[in-house]
Each structure stands twice: as C-alpha cells, then as structure tokens.
Design a protein around this ligand. Sequence first.
Ligand SMILES: [Zn+2]
Length: 683
Amino acid sequence: MGRLDFTIDAEAEGSRARAARFRTRHNEVLTPTFMPVGTHAAVRSQRREDLLESGAQVLLANTYHLLLRPGVEIFEKFGGIHGFMNWPRSVLTDSGGFQIYSLPGSRTLCEEYAEFTSYVDNTRIRLSPERSIATQKAIGSDIMMVLDQCVPSTAPHSVARGAMELTHRWARRSLAARGDSAQALFGIVQGASYADLRTESAHAITDMPFDGYAIGGLAVGESSSQREDCTATVTELLPRERPRYLMGVGTTRDLLEAVHRGVDMFDCILPTSLARQGVAFTSLGRRDLRRAAYRGREGPLDPACGCYTCKTYSIAYLFHLQRVHESVGWQLLGLHNTHFYLQLMRSIRAHILAGTWLTFYHAQRGVLDARDSYGEPATHVTRAALRKLRLKRGRYEVIVREKIGYIRDTTSGEVMHAGSDPSEEARALYVDQSRLIERVQDGTGEPLVVWDVGMGAATNAMAAILAVEAAAGPGAGAAAPGPITRSLTLVSFEQDLDALELALDHLRLFKHLRHAAPRSLLTQQRWTNGGSMIDWRLLPGDFAVQKFEAPAPDIIFFDPFSYKADGALWTLAAFRELARLCAHRPVELFTYSGSTAIRSAMLAAGFYVAKGRGTGLKAETTIALSAAAAAPPCRHELLGAEWLAKWRRSDARAPFGSAADDTAAREAVSAHPQFRAGEETVG
Ligand SMILES: [Zn+2]
C-alpha cells in the first residue's frame, strides 16, 4: 500500500504506459501527471487561480531555495507551504540534490553533508540528508525526495559510481530521518548514463521501502536517445505497484516517450522558461512567437486549446506583446504552455484508459516536435527582398564589412564588437586577458567557472571554447585530453536569443559558429564536449535574476550592450549586487568599456578597478577585481592617483546610476582603498 495508496487503472498493450491514481494528504492525483515547477513557492508569473483552473494536481517546490528564503521559520508560522501559498492541492519538494550538481562552484561535499555558500547572505549552509528531510517536513510537502548526488551524464564511470553509492547511503539516512511522518518519501535512482550502474542503483534503491521511485540525473547533457534508453532500463526494474517519477524532463515529446516507457510523474521548467523566450507548445507543434510570420495573424495561438490565453487573444496580439517585451506576454504564454502540458497528460491518460494509446503515441510523435507549422510559405517575394528579410531577426540585423558579419541592434544602432574582427577582439579582450588557457592548466581540479554576460552571437563564448579545444591539441576531448587539468564551466546569460539565431543563419559570415556547440545550446540550453572538459550552459532571461542560479564565477566576460543602450546592467546598484556575489573569492571581470562613470560605479560598489588593454576604437578597456583578486601580487595595473586626479576634474564624477545627491557614492570612489598609496604621494 504505502502512504499514497497507489492503484493502477489500466496498462496499455504493446507499451509500458499505464494510468494510475494515488491519494496524498490533499487530493487524489491521476497519472500520468505533470507537476508545474514553483522553485520559490511560485510558478513563474502564474497565479494560483490559473494553476487550479488548468488542472495542476501537484506543484514542485525547491527545498534548497526555500531553506534560504523565506526560511523554515516562515513555513512553521504559516502552517507549511500550503498555508503560505494558499495552495489546496499537493506539493512535492525536491531535496536540494540538484543544487549540489548545479552549483558546484559554491559548495563542498563530504560523506556527512554538502556545504553551500548562501547566495542570500554568504553564510555557510550545511545540507545533510537529515537536514533536507527536516526542512521538507517544515515545508510540509505531500511528497519528499531523498537527498542525492547527481553528476553530469558525461562523468567518468568511477565518478558516477562514487556519486551513486553516496546516494544509496544518503537514501538510507533519509528514510530513517523521515521516521513515522505521514509525508511520503521517494528514493532516487542514479548512475549517470551507465546501464550497469543504473541497474545496480535500481536494485539498491528498490530494496528500501520508499513510497515511490524517481529516476534522477537525466536532462543533464545526455542525448534524447540515451535518456530514453536509460529510462527504459530503469523502469523495467522498478516495482509495478509504486509511482515512478522522471525528474526534470522535458519537452512534450520527451514526456510522450517516457510515458511509453512506464513513467507516471514529471516536472520541468520548460513551459514557463520557454514562454519567456516566446516559445509555445501547441497541438500543431512548437511555435516561436518572435517570428515575423505571425505579425498580424488572426485566430488563436492553438485552435484546439481551451485555455484563457487561446480563448481571449489573437496570435497577432501575442506576437506584438513579445515584440515590445511586455511581461504580460510571458505570463499569457506561460499560462498556455502549462495548460497545454496538463491537457496533454489528460489526453494521454484518456487514451490509455480507452485502449487507444499506441495509435495516439505514434500520431503524436511527429506532431509534438514540429516547428512552426503555421508559418506561411513566402510566396511572391523577390530574391532580393528575401535576402534582405533574412538579414533581420527581431531587433537585430546583420551588417557585412570585408566578408565579416557584425550584429547591429536596430533600436539603438549599436554594433556588437564594432571595432575590429569580432573573433579577434573576443580573443584579445576576454580570452587572453583573463589568461583562460593558463588557468585551465593550473591543476587545481575544481572547474573554472566563466560567466559570459550578454552572449550576443556567442562570439566570446566560442572564442573561449575554441581556445580550450585548440590547447587540448589534435583530437581534443575524449581521445587526447592534452595538458588541460581543469574543466571549464561556461555560463552564458542572454535575454534575447535572436542575435545568435540570426548569426547561425549566416555561417558564411560568422565563422566562429561553425561548431556543434551553438545549436545544441539553443535547443537544449546546454552543450558539453565529449571529454567533459567543457560544460556550456545557457541561462536565458534577466542577468539580474539569473545570476543567482549560476555557480559562483572565477572570471566574468562582461559584454552587454553599452550603458547608453542597456543601462540597468551597468548601474551602481547592479555592480553592488555583483560585488556581493563575488565577495570572499578572487573574481576578475573584463569589459570593453573605459567610461569614467562606469569605472566610478565599479569603485563605489567595492570593486578594485584596473586598466584593460586597448582594442579597435578604444584606447583602454576595464578590469574590475574583487578584493581577493586585487590582493598583491596583482597582475593588473590598478587605476592610480593620475586617474583619480582626472576623475576629480571630470564632469562625469557621479557613478553611473547613482542619484544626483548621492554624495556617499562619490566619496566611496575618492576614499577607495586602491588610491590610498597614491594619495600620500600626491599629498
Ligand atoms: Zn492555450
């Protein structure tokens, strides 16, 4: 029986698909089911009424993030997450295990616990299996998860084995910590993409009396066929009479494939995260609402959908909201996507019950992955007009100088890497100045984390990847790891992916993109090379928000549009927040700007500021250093008394983004410790 009273309603013929039900302390859950992700006790920009209306039965919340904010005492005060959110149906909490994987730069791991540096206040947070369960008890979720260790799908066998065995020991401790609580607890099968380890893990975990079993460690860099094989291997070994949960997966097509292989429960951030990029899942396939083909188009987003968005608005209006970056546009698309996922699961269940699953499965496989099947073919368009059309996408266009492509922002007129060959500039300013290659050869073992802020057409990111691959020598990767002793974790932040998509349509002009990585990044938000030497991830959306989701950086390539076009990222407040994240560790930030107002903002925020090398049109660029990075012997030439004297005469003394009457900000610049030695000599 277990705590969930799980019963099977029907099993499909010729497939492992099944329809079942279980009862939590809050409601009956019909499976297969999709659980919208509410990391911080809220599904991104969705109201609870809309989630109830769309038929969400279980929400997923994140133990680690909720432990940091709002903290256990708030849940205790409000009677758990149900009282706090006013959510009447079930909640499943993950354990914090995924953060052990996704925040490698800010945690250490030992047999007893993982220890993190809090992104909220820099304190140390210990997460042991016991603390994870105690936190989940306080949150009051209906289903708790054991603390586990997940590794990249490309991890070597020995590393994957170590993580799997730790996961088993932690599973036992979690079960003991749960005790006689009425909350259900699921075990997690690990083992990366190794069939032998997955089999061993399934046996070990199912030997323990959990209320359900999850497959963890997928959707972390493996191909979809690897994922499907692994799912099939594991589900075959799981007991028939317990729910099965595939964690963090995936697209609608992935869900269909996993149901076919016997999975009952899913969660994924894609419905809401892709909504922010203008992507909708529909009964006719995926639609990218930023495509010009949708301008002025009548009719709903999905004629087969009964959600509020589809009942109320035309596709032309939704296209317009994307175009003007109106946040209600993301909300409406997120609402539709969530509804579509839940509706798909209901259809799947109905077909399993009706005995028509296999027909439905085969018909949907092609449809769910189709791209923009509504896009009208371009007829009656001249070749010249078509060429011109292809050189534009969203707010960007391609301009060509001496057979090299540049991306221009049509709203501000700014050109990315305008001064010289963009790839050359990326190498000189970011890769060479940061001594990237030297640093991945320094043998410290920990991954080197590079933030790429303002990915644009991936010029800087690809310069880094190509440099590391070149340094690894011929046959880079699995065959010949070369002298690289430290893996590179590259995190790109970008709000608008049109620049990269546009450049990918013109590989002739953007040679640095002739590589498997950029397309993989766009479709899967991730690319890892064969030797697991490089792990490139995309965090789409606002850097201001997304930086908290990334592992702590060692190096930052700071290359957004200028403060004249894209001011928010360059303000004193933004640098202050960044400085707090970089406190207590050596971090070097490289940027093309040499502006006095920007350097003042960095200084007032607490960074040390050094001269960067000149490039193209600029005589000097800038390097910002955390205190630990600026400590002697500092490799960079810090701004000194001469700069300070010039600053005092300048009319751009106010740090960028500081208020006119903020004299404290100006004093913070003149009193900055980096000028102390200089002051004495100036006298
Ligand atoms: Zn809809």
